[in-house]
Design a protein around this ligand. Sequence first.
Ligand code: ZN
Ligand code: ZN
Length: 303
Amino acid sequence: MERILREPLETYSTQKTQKFVGNPLANKLRGEYQRLLEEILPDRNRYLVVGSPGKGNWASCPWIAILDSLITDTAQSGYYPVLIFKEDMTGVYLSLNQGVTRVKEYYKRNAKNVLRVIAQDYRAKIEIDNEDLTEIDLASRNNNAKLYEAGNIIAKYYPADNLPTTTELIQDVRRFLNLYEELIFNDTQIDETKNLTALEKKQYRLHFRIERNSNIANKVKQHKGYKCEGCKFTFSSMYGSLGKEFIEAHHLIPISTLNLGNVQVNIETDFAVLCSNCHSMIHRLDDPSNLELLQKIIKDNLT
Ligand SMILES: [Zn+2]
Ligand SMILES: [Zn+2]
């Protein structure tokens, strides 16, 4: 297990001078190490482990990330725990970090500042230890490495000459997964006027996480189309091409029945597509899964 850390630290710099395509270490970072890391995760179905030695060519700082598949299926956006190696291979960080690609595309030269600000906001939302590092140094001039430094929320450092045991690494990874969970939890807005119990709040957050999963939402829209199932509105009828293919997915399974430990979604039966107004309104119902009631209210008020 600890060879996930040791092998790249010992061999990456040499391998980097070799051909990238078909390189055994590059392949391990994309395959074998991911599987080793998956083995120690508390819920294998929930997490998606992805590793990258670079795309098309060696990365300055290779990484292996653990994504919550309910939130994201890409390391390009969002936040997640990641093992990220220093360019000089003197050590490796376990970092709760942010996907930098989307931020970079959108904010361009401001990306670094934006990532720093967001990291600070996230830090305020989780319980951090005195020993947690808020700054990381990847010993690199590479632009992406600079962005990962800025994106660091908290981290733990493992120097190459003092690597953790397998047990320690497992403990650390699990702790970071808990912080990840805590951050996801605290990062979702809940209507405080509803006086929800702690369990209900968790179920609400799960509901929103399911709906906001872009992967799920896209499949739902492909299946159901773009006409609101509450009021029949289509965004393109009002906004033309701006509104083309815009609609929101709403998870119809009663929130109180959501099983926190075991989430299974059926794209074809578990969702409605709603315009933003209807989506807000259905969430004001006592039972936000009652689409028929929403349709009836709309009908009654039209006449
Ligand atoms: Zn509507
Ligand atoms: Zn909803």
